[in-house]
Design a protein around this ligand. Structure first.
Ligand code: PLP
Length: 448
């Protein structure tokens, strides 16, 4: 049983990420004690199905012994090696090579970080460097999407377009700009894919003109599926169209695959579904399946070579103590082996079952839309289906739904005004997917 003293210690000392500090103090912490597969066990011994893989990261599921062994072996042999001073470690080098081999096109150069936020931060720094050394320092404006999420570093939080990450923080910076999200369910141009794509292309051109012309724009950032903005799935062809326009306008295209990477939508990288090759790509989460922290930035030959040639013998001043950490890399190698040893395939089967199951909820009076790809899905709730009226924000539907689902033995993500997010581990069995859908149905019935 969870002792009151632990709750008190948490209340007094642990500052939680993206939380109402006072709200959290009132509610008290829920402590997880252990986990196996897709099931987490709380401190009271209650088992819950983790429909969100932690924070969309434990793609391989919990308790994978081979991952634990890979980490322990590496910790015993060489728990740390800096990648500064020309040094390195075998697992980091092997992981970089394995990732480059599997990444789209010529994304052949891998810069390891500790997670997604510093991966995004790394891209901003390297893009500024790239534009400067190629003689285009005036290309210093960055564009991203409304509802986009690109992490919580000072710079990345400005590319992020969620109000809580800006208010009181003095963000975004004046050089960070947004264009509308290609949100099919709530797009002013309607749901027609061609119209949505045309609107996004026009918006990117217009924003570039507004900031002084494409000659001022360094890069455009997009998630192949917008995650934290509410699992927003752009129409097929959107990603390719945006990528092509960026190439035409000499704007670097950055695909943020921190959520979509590593099998979340089916393939290893979501970009490959539209056969696009971004100029830079960010990943994290599924890279190590959340067992240890790690992110990876992929650079195309063109971007890497321009930076390398431009810097010449000078050091490119960007690095972390834990860049290319050998334990994280050893975990990454083992996780990659598991993906290719059946996990991706199981994820694809489970994803098809999940979407079919969730579509079975479409007739529920509260369900406005079911959407997703692979094991990344959302159910958007409304009070009026015809008008697509969101649940009233004042009633804090996200909190209430999360609590009800928890009581029903399901961990899900509930966004803002009632979008339910699902991202279960790729190891889920058919019975677990069915239980997830059934517990969601029960939760919705109780929310009516
Ligand atoms: N980019 C995207 C698309 C994300 O979803 C996230 C986290 O959810 C990040 C960046 C930041 O990653 P991290 O939380 O590992 O810093």
């Amino acid at each position: 049983m969870l002792s009151n003293s632990l709750i008190e210690l948490d209340r007094a000392h642990l500052v939680h990420p993206v939380a109402s500090y006072r709200g959290h103090e009132r509610a008290g912490v829920r402590v997880l004690r252990s986990a196996k597969g897709a099931t987490v066990t709380d401190a009271g011994g209650r088992e819950l199905l983790d429909g969100f893989a932690g924070l969309w990261c434990v793609n391989a599921g919990y308790g994978q012994d081979s991952i634990v062994e890979a980490a322990a072996r590496q910790m015993r042999e060489l728990p740390y090696a800096t990648a500064y001073f020309g040094l390195g470690s075998e697992p980091a080098i092997r992981l970089a090579a394995a990732l480059a081999e599997r990444a789209p096109g010529d994304l052949n150069h891998v810069y390891f970080t500790l997670g997604g936020s510093d991966a995004v931060d790394t891209t901003v720094r390297l893009i500024r460097y790239y534009q400067t050394v190629r003689g285009r320092p005036e290309k210093d404006q960055f564009i991203s999407l409304d509802q986009g999420y690109h992490g919580s570093s000072t710079v990345g939080a400005g590319l992020t377009a969620l109000p809580a990450f800006h208010a009181q923080f003095g963000l975004p910076f004046p050089w960070q700009h947004k264009i509308p999200s290609p949100y099919p369910y709530r797009n002013p141009v309607g749901g027609d894919p061609e119209a949505i794509i045309a609107a996004s292309l026009a918006a990117l051109r217009a924003k570039a003109e507004e900031v002084g012309g494409p000659g001022r724009v360094a890069a455009f950032y997009a998630e192949p599926i917008q995650g934290s903005g509410g699992v927003i799935v752009p129409p097929p062809g959107w990603l390719r169209a945006m990528r092509d326009l960026c190439a035409e306008l000499d704007i670097l295209f950055v695909a943020d695959e921190v959520i979509t990477g590593f099998g979340r939508t089916g393939p290893l990288f979501a970009c490959s579904e539209e056969e696009i090759v971004p100029d830079l790509m960010t990943t994290a989460k599924g890279l190590t399946s959340g067992y240890v922290p790690m992110g990876a930035v992929f650079l195309s030959d063109r971007v890497y070579d321009a930076i390398a040639d431009g810097a010449g013998e000078a050091a490119v001043g960007h690095g972390y103590t834990y860049s290319a950490h050998p334990v994280s890399a050893a975990v990454g190698l083992e996780v990659l082996r598991l993906y290719e040893d059946g996990l991706l395939e199981n994820g694809r089967r489970a994803g098809a079952r999940l979407l079919a199951g969730l579509h079975g909820l479409a007739g529920h009076p509260l369900v406005g839309e079911v959407r997703g790809r692979g094991l990344l899905a959302a159910v958007e709730l409304v009070t009026d289906k015809a008008r697509r009226t969101p649940l009233p924000a004042a009633a804090d539907p996200a909190r209430r739904i999360f609590d009800r689902a928890w009581d029903n033995g399901l961990v899900l993500r509930a966004f803002g005004t009632g979008i339910l997010g699902f991202a279960p581990p790729l190891c889920c069995t058919p019975a677990e997917i069915d239980a997830l859908v059934e517990r969601t149905r029960r939760t919705l019935d109780q929310t009516l």
